[in-house]
Design a protein around this ligand. Structure first.
Ligand code: SF4
Length: 340
């Protein structure tokens, strides 16, 4: 969904994000958010960006997402300010921020508090707002303004797991794109509404194993489509759904602090486990695929997911930007055979 074709000069200053941050603060401060992961992976030559970072000296034994983000930033000096998440995201972010500082970017830090405390999170939100030149009241107003959009994203998610009218691949793209709304929340919402109108008149789709895809967004392309070709459907994209901050049907997200405490990705694995378990039951999942990225510390959490979840699970590892390879296809086929 990310639109890389916009060539005109932005009317608002651009704010690069190394991962999902409380985007409401960026919008309240008048920035156009730019999710660096989405821009790297939807670049016309993402593999070339990784190669360029290696030519500049980044090690082969480093996560390809980090290398791609770094090279993309070097090619886009118009993204002059970048927020790095120094607690709750990636162990490589600190060094990435140092390299981007050396590349003359203004680099700001944001933390999700390790202990998931409300007061600590409120303090960090206030600090981010001050660094960007706004305040929490304005960010709360931005949060309220985004609620109709987020409710429509929740509707899109329902059309994936309840009726199958939205495919797992479409679901993934819309939800990951909600980390920055492709830089324009209003335009994104208009495109989403048009997509929902079209999806809602599709015939329902049923049958085949119902899968959950856990872990960071896959760097390999075509995983959802490959599974669909094999007769399975992904009806739960764990981390993209977290990025999209879908309002809970029972309410309860009455503030930014509540919304970003509910977000499971930056805190310990136990909150993730509880969320995944709820979705396994709600969405009647038959099996799980845990995607892990080569050289990512989160690979260690595979053990916790296997111990904590009582459902067949296949762990896939991806390294480079490339289509699903033959070995992965064979492993997916074997896993689906086990499920059936
Ligand atoms: S996949 Fe892991 S190592 Fe790579 S950027 Fe994401 S959190 Fe960091």
């Amino acid at each position: 969904m990310a639109d890389q074709s916009r060539k005109t000069a932005p009317s608002r200053p651009l704010l690069g994000l190394t991962t999902t941050i409380p985007v409401e603060v960026a919008l309240a401060a008048g920035f156009e958010p730019v999710d660096l992961n989405n821009r790297f992976i939807s670049d016309p030559l993402p593999a070339g960006l990784v190669a360029q970072a290696e030519e500049l000296g980044l090690p082969a034994t480093l996560c390809a997402w980090i290398k791609g983000i770094y090279a993309w930033c070097l090619q886009h000096p118009e993204v002059a300010t970048i927020v790095g998440v120094t607690q709750g995201d990636c162990s490589n972010t600190h060094a990435l921020m140092e390299l981007l500082t050396l590349a003359s970017r203004r680099v700001l830090a944001f933390e999700y508090p390790h202990g998931r405390g409300a007061q600590d999170l409120a303090r960090h939100l206030t600090g981010l707002a001050e660094q960007l030149g706004t305040n929490l009241e304005a960010a709360e107003q931005a949060r309220r303004g985004l609620l109709p959009l987020r409710r429509d994203l929740a509707r899109l998610d329902e059309l994936t797991w309840q009726t199958g009218q939205v495919s797992g691949g479409e679901n993934h793209l819309w939800l990951v794109s909600a980390s920055d709304f492709e830089g324009d929340a209003q335009g994104f919402h208009a495109r989403l509404r048009a997509f929902l109108r079209e999806a809602e008149v599709r015939p329902p789709r049923t049958g085949g194993p119902r899968l959950g895809l856990l872990g960071v967004p896959p760097i390999m392309s075509g995983l959802h489509e490959t599974l669909e070709d094999m007769g399975a459907t992904v009806v739960f994209n764990e981390v993209p759904r977290q990025f999209a901050m879908l309002p809970p049907p029972e309410g309860g997200d009455a503030s930014l602090v509540a919304q970003y405490l509910r977000y499971t990705y930056p805190y310990d694995v136990f909150h993730r486990l509880a969320d995944i378990q709820r979705q396994i039951e709600l969405r009647r999942l038959d099996g799980l695929i845990h995607y892990t990225q080569t050289f990512c510390f989160r690979q260690m959490q595979d053990l916790a997911l296997r111990q904590g979840l009582d459902l067949p699970m296949l762990t896939l590892e991806g390294d480079r930007v490339a289509p699903v390879d033959a070995r992965t296809r064979l492993r997916l086929e074997a896993f689906l055979e086990v499920l059936s």
